[in-house]
Design a protein around this ligand. Structure first.
Ligand SMILES: Nc1ncnc2c1ncn2[C@@H]1O[C@H](COP(=O)(O)OP(=O)(O)O)[C@@H](O)[C@H]1O
Ligand SMILES: [Mg+2]
Length: 279
């Protein structure tokens, strides 16, 4: 039996792109929600998707999750081309971890936190039955511990605060040992302490070389954790900028993206943005 870390390295060496979109558009009711997006994510990269409300961020993430099939263009996820005869999305989906508001709303509120994370090993929103593996339970506990949720294992999911729920969802997304982790606005709705706590934990995850490739959607540069390497900016479904955070996260790009004059600053390893004063 090879060492678990060696196996991970071996996979890395053989791995092609994590995500490769070529001219992808998603059209609904005659309107392009995502338009001609070409974007590639390589093994080990951690991407932030920035853009205003309605820009198409969640739609793009849904394409990356294999749950939304684009209207035109080609999508390759973890080496599998969507729509090709050799690709079985039901084999692909467990390789992708996803945490977002839409999924949290589908989970049973009466399950405990531990059960909520455990069920991820057995399909998207499965409910609790007694037949869980000891190994799975240990993994669920370990992920919850990493997200600071050990004190909440027996709490009902429906009684959690926004921040506790978000952290549970991230632990849940890790359960299938995904090669790609998708986070849709993980810090939305958190108070300042909750946000800073989550940014710290995401930063730790982002810098862990054995953690999956990550794509995180946000509206706020303050939520970009240290360790995130790349940024994709979209506006009205179109890519405005894509590349390393250092070169692309500029005042000019951010202003174009959000449609108003903004100044972006980096202080140590964190980012802030503010509008220019009037007059
Ligand atoms: N199934 C759908 N049918 C029609 N319009 C949709 C659908 N899903 C999302 N939209 C619209 O597409 C746009 C982009 O949505 P979304 O990807 O959720 O944006 P974001 O996550 O950036 O806020 C929005 O204007 C939204 O109302
Ligand atoms: Mg969204």
């Amino acid at each position: 039996m090879p060492d678990i870390l060696e196996t991970a390295w071996g996979d890395n060496a053989l791995m092609s792109d994590v995500l490769e979109l070529v001219d992808v558009s998603v059209v609904r009711d005659g309107r392009a929600l995502v338009e001609d997006v070409s974007w590639s994510v390589k093994e080990g990269e951690r991407w932030v998707i920035l853009g205003p409300n309605g820009a198409g961020k969640t739609t793009l993430l849904n394409v990356a999750s294999s749950y939304l099939f684009p209207t035109t263009g080609s999508t390759r996820i973890l080496g599998e081309t969507l729509g090709s005869p050799g690709t079985d999305v039901f084999e692909l989906r467990p390789r992708i971890g996803m945490a977002g508001i839409a999924l949290a709303d589908k989970l049973p509120r009466r399950q405990t936190v531990l059960q909520t994370v455990l069920t991820a090993a057995y399909g998207m929103t499965a409910t609790w039955n007694e037949d869980y593996d000891e190994v799975d339970e240990q993994r669920a506990r370990a992920f919850l511990d990493r997200l600071g949720m050990t004190a909440y294992l027996d709490r009902k999911f429906g009684t959690l605060s926004e921040g506790e729920r978000k952290r549970t969802m991230i632990a849940r997304a890790m359960m299938t040992d995904p090669e790609l982790l998708l986070l849709d606005e993980p810090a939305a709705g958190l108070d300042l302490g909750g946000r800073e706590d989550l940014v710290r934990r995401l930063g730790r995850l982002a810098r862990d070389p054995y953690a999956p490739s990550m794509i995180m959607v946000t509206h706020h540069v303050e939520e970009i954790a240290p360790g995130f390497t790349h940024v994709l900016m979209i506006r009205q479904g179109k890519v405005l900028a894509a590349g390393p955070v250092e070169t692309e996260l500029t005042s000019r790009n951010l202003s174009l993206c959000f449609g108003l004059p903004l100044v972006v600053e980096r202080r140590s390893d964190r980012w802030t943005a503010q509008g220019l004063p009037l007059g």
